[in-house]
Ligand binder design. Structure first.
Ligand code: ADP
Length: 248
């Protein structure tokens, strides 16, 4: 069996808030091109883990290695983005009064300011890149629509597209289907399957039906620690998971 290289690996990672360990000696790893779900009850430490990976929260012990050699402890938040880690937060961060197209253009040229980007001439290759992303996220017809008029689901896809314009190697999403209709959920799952051809994906998710349907691998956290990981079938066979999380 061919083994894919690991993109992100945590080794005995601990995050402390004062004397309280939100994450304790947590081991996690994800290879290239995997769609990996992070689940666990409220307060398990899932969001804190994503925060530690993107540099929003500093960790106190253990290591977080990206692409085998990059130690994330040494990097600032913006440097971690440059290394190729993209995160979509739950709270929306689109530019509501700009078009869908302009939102994607701005995301692609994130280091520039709004005004120069919108008034500078565009390269054909940049345009092609944006058009390709519009197709991928299913917003081709909404290209020239002002973002605030999009549906909730469409806004979420636009945001995922905006993160993807930076061409990350690792994409992290926090409950991407929250508030979506069933049809939008389905589309989001299909989008994730498409995106995993381009990067590894970690999704924090509460909706177990969604996890069952789309997860390649699942990690269960509990009390800041690893409870178990594996395929959905393996997880469902684990008695402790049943007790602690699924309640079945
Ligand atoms: P999850 O995302 O799995 O619901 P969190 O990562 O949000 O869990 O939280 C894990 C634990 O850490 C919880 O007990 C939470 O109250 C605590 N926690 C999270 N952020 C902070 C913070 N900034 N200060 C103190 N405690 C925090």
């Amino acid at each position: 069996i061919e083994k894919k290289p690991v993109i992100l690996q945590s080794d005995k990672l601990s995050v402390r808030f004062g004397g309280f360990y939100a994450i304790k000696e947590f081991d996690f790893s994800i290879p290239h091109g995997e769609l990996h779900f992070l689940i666990g009850p409220n307060g398990a430490g899932k969001t804190t883990f994503l925060d530690a990976v993107c540099g929003k929260t500093k960790y106190s012990e253990g290591t977080l290695m990206f692409n085998g050699t990059t130690n994330l402890a040494k990097l600032k938040e913006y440097e971690i983005v440059r290394e190729g880690i993209g995160r979509k937060f739950q709270a929306p961060s689109i530019f509501p009064f700009l078009t869908v197209f302009d939102n994607l253009e701005l995301a692609m040229k994130q280091d520039k300011r709004v005004i120069p980007v919108l008034f500078s001439r565009m390269k054909a290759s940049d345009k092609a890149k944006i058009d390709e992303m519009l197709s991928l996220i299913g917003l081709k017809e909404q290209k020239n629509v002002v973002a605030k008029t999009l549906s909730h689901g469409q806004k979420q896809w636009l945001e995922i597209g905006m993160v993807m314009m930076q061409e990350p190697n690792l994409l992290m999403l926090d409950e991407p289907i929250a508030g979506m209709t069933e049809e939008e959920e389905e589309k989001t799952g299909e989008l994730l399957l498409e995106l995993k051809k381009r990067c590894s994906i970690i999704v924090v998710e509460h909706d177990m039906d969604f996890v069952r349907k789309f997860a390649e691998k699942v990690t269960v956290m509990h009390g800041g620690q690893l409870l178990c990981d594996g395929t959905m079938e393996e997880i469902q066979r684990n008695e402790r998971v049943m007790e602690v999380y699924l309640g079945k």
